[in-house]
Design a protein around this ligand. Sequence first.
Ligand SMILES: NC(=O)c1ccc[n+]([C@@H]2O[C@H](COP(=O)([O-])OP(=O)(O)OC[C@H]3O[C@@H](n4cnc5c(N)ncnc54)[C@H](O)[C@@H]3O)[C@@H](O)[C@H]2O)c1
Length: 255
Amino acid sequence: MKGGKRIAVITGGAKGIGLAIALRLVRDNVIPVLADIDGELAHKAAAELCAAGLEAVALRLDVTDEGSVTAVLAEVDQRFGSLDILVNNAGIIGLDGGRRPLIEGMSLQLWQRTLEVNLTGAFLMSRGAIPLMRRGRWGRIVNMSSRTARTRTGPGNAHYAASKAGMIGFSRVLASEVGKDGITVNCVAPSKIATAMTMAIGGGRDLLEKNIAETAVGRLGEPADVANAVAYLCSDQASFITGIVIDVTGGSFMP
Ligand SMILES: NC(=O)c1ccc[n+]([C@@H]2O[C@H](COP(=O)([O-])OP(=O)(O)OC[C@H]3O[C@@H](n4cnc5c(N)ncnc54)[C@H](O)[C@@H]3O)[C@@H](O)[C@H]2O)c1
């Protein structure tokens, strides 16, 4: 807390779902730190928030780089003296030349990079953030999973699915380790959200219509739909909720 406001680090916060989470959390009296490998874009986004009279900070972060993670968390500690919320949102799909590679054609490098960004990054960030949260005896960690990890998915996604399923197992164990310190750990598993990442997969109008048809609500989701779920998990109202997954899929997946 600083001046009655909670401090949140949002990885991959420069755009898409991460930025939507930042925009949503400011409404709950939170100062978001937009931490992104694209430092320039993060600074631009934070500057826009500040120009609108809101408080936000941008820091360049590579979640796969232990030194970068340590430096960012040290900077947050020095600047604010606390860390209350961590949203492990940074992620990549791991396309190969714009395509989803099948296992037999998948390079070890692409497999490892996808796991490193999507899963190891959450481990490094959480490991570094927990001591800061323990100090305040309050914390919220929200990890970005995906519907891909929750149910049958099409071919060409093994590395991504493995990383996002790993996020769920990781969150459950972490929730058990830190629960008594007032820290909750949960996952959000989105699908059918209209962002640059999903549009990068391509498929045109047909795929778009197929995706909409698969939802119960008859539309694609907005990044704000995911942000609302994250904001709830980060609130005081969610203090008895830990180790779970909230599916934000417009009803395209009903467990
Ligand atoms: N868009 C969807 O429909 C959807 C569905 C399920 C899950 N997700 C997950 O939600 C998260 C955000 O997705 P999005 O659609 O907003 O993606 P996006 O590509 O718009 O944003 C991802 C952000 O992560 C950043 N990033 C990438 N590598 C990084 C690294 N090593 N260190 C720090 N930052 C890094 C990028 O610069 C970018 O700003 C991802 O984890 C994604 O897997 C998205």
